[in-house]
Design a binder for this molecule. Structure first.
Ligand code: GLY
Length: 414
């Protein structure tokens, strides 16, 4: 807690209004803290910079598992078990639906090389005890009649889920506001411990105009006893965080399409379909309103331009997977910057007061150690948002998060 008499605006400042920051803010406020969330506030997926809005909302630890990421798989499995209960509480708190779907993920292949690659991954998943059911071409098309007759086989991960990421973030904002979170519009340049303020932490305003909008205050320097940095790839730009942690985070561009059914009919697919088309991995995620999200490129770039080549490749591969895609309305193409890390795992933990080089898990000495980082969720931000909020509220309350978080402390980069 800040020193007696120190200026304090709020108990907790959360920097970043994507799903990670907003979920953490909501849960901290529900525990009785006063919470301020600072975010640039542009929620247009094309002009704003929020990976949460561009994402497809797959919650697929099994179908997204790859060789060599055992700790991340454990975390993702923990996350998918937790998500439905968290989401049910959220829907109730916000009074609106998030579009959670429970039909699983069907991964399909189109030629013998694609099928062999899928087979190797399935063997690996089985060796870890994951449930993934091999299906022949006829069984795949029975589940998803709009798949091309050219499909050679597939694998059903029945436990995978998906959620409409935009409705989910909207619900988090409503729930957070209802719980008393104060939304402040602005960017953050730096976070530092303030001399004379004991453990008070100052979050310094970034430059540029910060217009006030609908119940959102504009940003000045803010002081709090505890700060949560959940600024996605932008975390790497915040001064005052350890350099090693900042360097571990980089933007990884993903371009995504949104297609709609012309007649407002249900989507052409029932469940998430992942397809390997001549070595390229794409996914198609249906929404109950008929939308189909097609993604995604994975590019080592920090711009958010939508490129002709990416749109072409995504459409070509989606139409190869399900020819009826060509009849859908092209509604949107957008690009998001995933917060990638050097080992693909998120960074969640406490950064201690005594020097930038020390990170701790679990935290010691609370409430002195009031700086928490929750960033670097890379391809799994929506999936990990609920368990990250659990971990952050544990850290803010000086409790260790679930053991499954242990490999994801910032300490590993120090
Ligand atoms: N989780 C899917 C993606 O990052 O493209």
């Amino acid at each position: 807690m800040p020193a007696k008499g120190a200026q304090v605006d709020t108990d907790v400042i959360v920097v970043g209004g994507g799903v990670i920051g907003t979920a953490a803010a909501w849960r901290a406020a529900r525990l009785g803290r006063t919470v301020t969330l600072i975010d640039p506030g542009d929620r247009d997926p094309v002009t704003g910079d929020q990976a949460s809005l561009v994402a497809a909302g797959m919650l697929g630890p099994v179908s997204e598992s790859v060789f060599g990421e055992r700790d991340l798989l454990n975390l993702n499995l923990h996350a998918v078990r937790r998500f439905p209960a968290f989401n049910a509480e959220l829907e109730q708190a916000a009074g609106q639906s998030t579009g959670l779907r429970t039909e699983g993920t069907l991964s399909v292949a189109y030629d013998s090389d694609d099928l062999a690659a899928l087979d190797r991954l399935t063997d690996f998943r089985h060796s870890l005890g994951l449930k993934a059911e091999r299906l022949n071409a006829r069984e795949c098309r029975k589940l998803e009649p709009f798949l091309t007759p050219g499909v050679t086989g597939g694998v059903l991960a029945a436990g995978d889920l998906s959620v409409d990421n935009r409705r989910y973030l909207a619900a988090l904002r409503v729930a957070a506001r209802a719980a008393g979170v104060r939304f402040v519009r602005g960017s953050v340049d730096s976070v530092d411990r303030v001399p004379g303020h004991a453990a008070g932490i100052r979050v310094r305003a970034g430059g540029g105009p910060n217009p006030t909008a609908h119940g959102v205050e504009s940003h000045r320097d803010q002081y709090a006893g505890q700060v949560v940095i959940a600024a996605g790839h932008g975390t790497s730009r915040i001064n005052g965080l350890p350099d090693q942690v900042r360097r571990a985070i980089r933007p990884v561009k993903g371009q995504v399409l949104r297609l709609r059914h012309p007649k407002g009919l249900p989507p052409i697919l029932t469940r998430t379909v992942r397809a390997v088309v001549q070595g390229r991995d794409i996914y198609l995620v249906p929404r109950e309103n008929g939308e189909l999200v097609v993604g995604a490129t994975q590019e080592e770039r920090g711009d958010r331009n939508v490129t002709a080549g990416a749109v072409h490749d995504l459409l070509r591969d989606a139409i190869t997977a399900a020819p009826a895609v060509s009849e859908l309305i092209f509604a949107e193409a957008s690009a998001g910057l995933r917060p990638g890390t050097s080992d693909n795992g998120p960074i969640v933990g406490v950064i201690s007061e005594n020097g930038s080089a020390e990170c701790e898990f679990p935290p010691t000495g609370h409430p002195r150690n009031g700086l928490v980082i929750a960033a670097g969720h890379f391809r799994n931000g929506i999936l990990l948002s609920a368990v990250t909020a659990d971990a952050v509220t544990a850290l803010l309350g000086d409790r260790p998060p679930d053991e499954v978080w242990k490999p994801f402390s910032p300490r590993r980069f120090m």
